[in-house]
Design a protein around this ligand. Structure first.
Ligand code: 13P
Length: 334
């Protein structure tokens, strides 16, 4: 696989006015989401729910790619059409979550390091055969007393860089996701500092591991105050600080940056993205790779009538995709 092909995929992922839908919840996470709306997390229910999402009419109008979970990339519609074929027909690039989750970092109580490097080369080979053209690996950085430690940031950056290099070796675009969590009562300036040091460490590690940035996508968290911080920030402040932080730490050669929603409301996630895209020249397209902020309204509607009439849920998926697609151009109106 040449760098040109990787770059082409990366650019298609952040095509103007398009973004990514993250539907790669692990079995444990989707069980929690289903339980919240009174649905049992059986394999068939998970399949049916993902079929509803992926068969949304017109999904490809605003969605460039979807991140799947290991179980999902092997599944098909009720009529037997593989999900990857449904996606190809809709112009939606298949992506795959390949990390094995964030585990406690030994020696650093309260901090996490993402696992999943062992055997990754062979798993990537299989995913490529199944049709995946990009992958995702999520690292988690927690803000707290004396946290994050430099060790936690470095261990996660190192793992992200090894993952990214393996992806490119197999012709898969790595989406690198260092998520700085919103949990806690820290202020927005603390989030800025932690995000900046994390991103600088990540891009240092990518450089050391010979990762080609032209064929890489960053999935970033926004610079926001902790959820329990008494002083919350305006949309403009979040947009301005996030953009400043990214400009100070992300090389201009990167084809694009997409954001996670991280527990923000649907409206806030869209408004923040829109505000950033209204803020004048920037070196890369800024778009979305939302999980909850794309799905939460649709999940509630689907749970009410999962037996087949899910037009209302799909209309919500389309509406969220459209709003976020417009926000990726700075053209969304609340
Ligand atoms: P949220 O948008 O719900 O944070 O999920 C995005 C994601 O893929 C996290 O890894």
């Amino acid at each position: 696989m040449s760098i040109d092909q990787l770059a082409e995929t990366a650019q298609a992922m952040v095509a103007a006015g398009k973004g990514i839908i993250a539907i790669d919840e692990s079995t444990n996470t989707i069980r929690k989401r289903f339980e919240a709306v009174g649905i049992e997390s059986t394999e068939e229910n998970r399949r049916a729910y993902r079929e509803m999402l992926l068969t949304t009419p017109g999904l490809g109008d605003y969605i460039s790619g979807a991140i799947l979970y290991d179980e999902t990339i092997r599944q098909s519609t009720r009529d037997g059409v593989p999900f990857t074929k449904v996606m190809a027909d809709a112009g939606v690039i298949p992506g795959i979550k390949v990390d094995k989750g964030a585990m406690p970092l030994a020696g650093f109580p309260g901090e996490l390091v993402t696992e999943g490097l062992d055997g990754l080369r062979d798993r990537l080979k299989e995913y490529a055969k199944l049709g995946a053209r990009f992958a995702k690996w999520r690292a988690v950085i927690t803000i707290g007393e004396d946290m994050p430690s430099g060790t936690c940031i470095e261990a996660n950056s190192h793992a992200l860089a090894r993952y990214a290099a393996l992806c490119q070796e197999q012709g898969i675009v790595p989406m690198v996701e260092p998520e700085v969590l919103m949990d806690g009562d820290h202020d927005i300036d603390t989030c800025y500092e932690v995000t900046e040091v994390t991103l600088r460490s990540l891009f240092g590690a990518l450089y050391e591991h010979n990762v080609m940035l032209e064929g890489t996508i960053l999935k970033a968290s926004m610079v926001v105050p902790g959820k329990s911080c008494p002083e919350q920030a305006s949309i403009e402040e979040v947009a301005e600080l996030t953009l400043r932080c990214l400009k100070s730490s992300v090389p201009a050669t990167l084809p694009g940056i997409v954001f996670l929603s991280g527990g923000q409301s649907d409206e806030a996630a869209t408004a923040h993205l829109n505000a950033m895209n209204q803020m004048g020249p920037k070196p890369w397209p800024l778009s979305f790779s939302y999980g909850r902020a794309m799905q939460s309204a649709a999940l509630k509607l689907w749970a009410r009538d999962m037996s087949g009439n899910y037009a209302a849920a799909q209309q919500t998926v389309y509406a969220r995709a459209k709003d976020n697609g417009l926000a990726a151009l700075g053209r969304w109106k609340s």
